[in-house]
Design a protein around this ligand. Structure first.
Ligand code: ADP
Length: 630
């Protein structure tokens, strides 16, 4: 068995672990249930990937987002590790083959959505697998107190019935103390479990909230003061384009990003921004997942986010390299009341929920009394138009049904083009003889898509175009034609979400709605929005408030958020001097590092006072300590 350091070096090329990673890995290797709370960018993936490589058997990774799963599978495959994922939207056959590969040890990491864990096919196969441990990613989803509660997460602990000696490694970047306790309880952590928490403090990120009716001029001001890569978060898609165009007319390099763009477009915009070819990206909260750009200097919230969890995540994209960076929210009373209204409208009334439930049943063409595990590509706009329900309302109702465990709505993710042959080899040969002009295409398809006679395989239109000396558009046309001629089945690449029924359909009037859960969600959403507004209107250190929210105590004021700066500005130098003198009331000397923490040494005014005191001989700075001369 290689040591964990060797594994880290061999597969990921890193020489050292980041803080907490090694302890987390050793805890899980030691056989303990483990909870890891690391802020985004802390390196959670390594925490389960390295120990899995050190152990025999497969690592099951529960993850709520299909896009994220696909990303991780790709990354592991790149470093030569076998990984697979199952999620709604895959065909039964694909799931079947993948699970078989897991049993026969051909897969080291199996990513699975929590909804899939409950399916019979998964549970039967799981009992035959040799499981190293289960990693529960985004573990805050298990808690009703989390901002992203997903009821199927509650069933994860039932895996213990199938594999009694299983251990869990739960990971999250977002846990208030209530959520933390809930994770431990709901995953039924065994005695001796371990919890690791890396501080959420980001001393180089300066929080500031600006009150303004003229938000655009505040943005310009911020951009003039802080050069470098920037992100501007807004709450709706239209606004992203609007602001980005306006910034361009102001002479800035900007672009916009939201979930409604095609996968290719989003990829392109993201790449250009990461490489610094575009300075500012104006986006909805769809931007940022999995992005690890170190030198973001400025994150502006043009509108307030829904929760402090979201704010911390988004603002936290600033200054990953440790260099001073700014997180600025621009707000005004209208803004705050629209956040409140948003929060109040998130859970629709029961009548709407039932109406949407019924419409979904019709949309999926499910007869009453059946339909469990039926799944279909889902387009919210098409659905809303067809049933004449406002898209936002329909989506909220579906989210509520998801929360209630009635349906599953996956995030939308990219499905590459796929193809499967419908004709035998001989029939195909005859077809080619009769259709000479199509022969080179068919040969190219057979060459690039190995295994195409047995099952759906991915096809790259541009690879076929290269072999046939044509264009991708031409290849798409030919594939559609072959599809029509019943030679093959062609499914063109698309970005889709999937909706599934998790229970058999029943008459909507009999649908059980858990009222307590509904009320709890409603209150929680309102409460979270309230906390954001409180943060925006705070009159004490913002870093302290943020950390306090995540259950951490910051001993001192940060000294650099807007509130701290204002407070220091209002102070006379003599007051600052008095505060410094008071620090020495209890002791004779203070070590330099601690002294820096206790006073707001980042502030020029404070530094000037210290310098004055040193020059006057009132403060001695020797041998790594400060002493007060009385
Ligand atoms: P998280 O899920 O906590 O946001 P990731 O697992 O995506 O973080 O890791 C963030 C980045 O840090 C990735 O690019 C990852 O490769 C890198 N990383 C993780 N651990 C280390 C390490 N020990 N040394 C260097 N880079 C690391």
């Amino acid at each position: 068995m290689s040591t964990i350091h060797q594994i880290l070096k061999k597969h990921w090329g890193y020489s050292d672990f980041r803080p907490q990673q090694e302890s987390i890995i050793n805890a899980i290797l030691g056989g303990n249930d483990t909870l890891a709370l690391l802020p985004t960018g802390g390196g959670k993936s390594i925490c389960f990937q390295v120990p899995a490589m050190a152990l025999d058997g497969i690592c099951i990774v529960v993850s709520p987002l299909v896009a994220l799963m696909k990303d991780q599978v790709q990354n592991l495959t790149k470093v030569g590790i076998k990984a697979a994922a199952i999620y709604s939207g895959l065909s039964k056959r694909e799931i079947d083959i993948t699970l078989d590969n897991c049993i026969y040890g051909k897969v080291k990491f199996l990513y699975v959505s929590p909804e899939r864990l409950q399916t019979e096919i998964f549970q039967v196969r799981l009992s035959k697998m040799q499981v190293a441990f289960v990693a529960v990613d985004e573990a805050h989803c298990i808690s009703q107190w989390g901002y992203d509660f997903r009821p199927p997460y509650l069933q994860i602990a039932q895996l213990r019935e199938i594999i009694p000696d299983i251990r869990f490694l739960a990971l999250t970047a977002s846990a208030t103390p209530a959520v933390e306790a809930d994770i431990i309880q709901k995953l039924e952590f065994k005695e001796g479990y371990k919890t690791f928490r890396k501080s959420f403090d980001r001393p180089n990120v300066v929080y500031a909230v600006t009150e303004s009716e003229d938000k655009q001029s505040r943005i310009l001001y911020a951009l003039q003061k802080t050069k470098g890569s920037a992100i501007i978060y807004v709450r709706n898609r239209r606004q992203t384009r609007h602001l980005s165009n306006w910034l361009k007319t102001e002479g800035y390099s900007a672009d916009f990003y939201h979930a409604g763009l095609t996968n290719a477009d989003r990829q392109l915009k993201q790449d250009l921004w990461i490489r610094g070819k575009i300075q500012i990206i104006v986006c909805t909260n769809a931007f940022g997942m999995g992005i690890d750009k170190p030198n973001v200097r400025l994150v502006i919230h043009y509108e307030l986010p829904d929760s402090l969890e979201a704010y911390y995540q988004e603002a936290g994209r600033a200054g990953r390299d440790g260099i001073k960076s700014f997180a600025i929210a621009v707000t005004n009373p209208a803004d705050r009341s629209s956040l409140q209204q948003w929060a109040n409208s998130q859970i629709p009334d029961n009548e709407t929920i039932r109406k949407v439930y019924n419409a979904l049943g019709n949309y999926l063409q499910i007869p009453l009394g059946s339909g469990k595990d039926t799944s279909k590509p889902f387009d919210i706009i098409g659905f809303s138009n067809h049933f004449d329900i406002k898209p936002a309302l329909a989506l909220n109702a579906i989210k509520t049904l998801h929360q209630q465990g009635v349906v599953e709505l996956s995030d939308s993710f990219f499905n590459p083009s796929k193809v499967v042959m419908k004709q035998s080899n001989e029939a195909l040969y005859k077809f080619m003889v009769a259709n000479k002009n199509l022969e080179p295409f068919i040969k190219a398809i057979l060459r690039t898509s190995v295994g195409v006679f047995d099952q759906f395989v991915a096809i790259k239109e541009n690879a076929v175009a290269k072999l046939t000396g044509t264009t991708s558009q031409e290849v798409v046309k030919v594939l559609n034609r072959l599809n029509q001629l019943d030679i093959l089945v062609y499914e063109q690449a698309k970005e889709t979400a999937f909706i599934s029924f998790l229970q058999n359909r029943e008459e909507s009037k009999y649908l059980q709605i858990n009222k307590t859960l509904l009320e709890q969600r409603r209150n929680l959403i309102i409460e979270k929005a309230k906390k954001v507004i409180e943060f925006a209107q705070a009159t004490s250190c913002r870093s302290k408030i943020m950390l306090n929210y995540f259950g951490e105590l910051l001993k001192r004021d940060c000294g650099h958020c807007d509130v701290c700066l204002e407070a220091i500005k209002a102070k006379k130098p003599s007051e600052i001097q008095k505060e410094i003198e008071q620090l020495f009331n209890q002791r004779l000397e203070i070590e330099v590092e601690e002294f820096k923490l206790l006073v707001n040494v980042g502030n020029t005014k404070v530094r000037n006072v210290i310098k004055y005191m040193v020059d006057q001989g009132e403060l001695l700075h020797t041998n790594g300590v400060f002493k007060l001369v009385r």
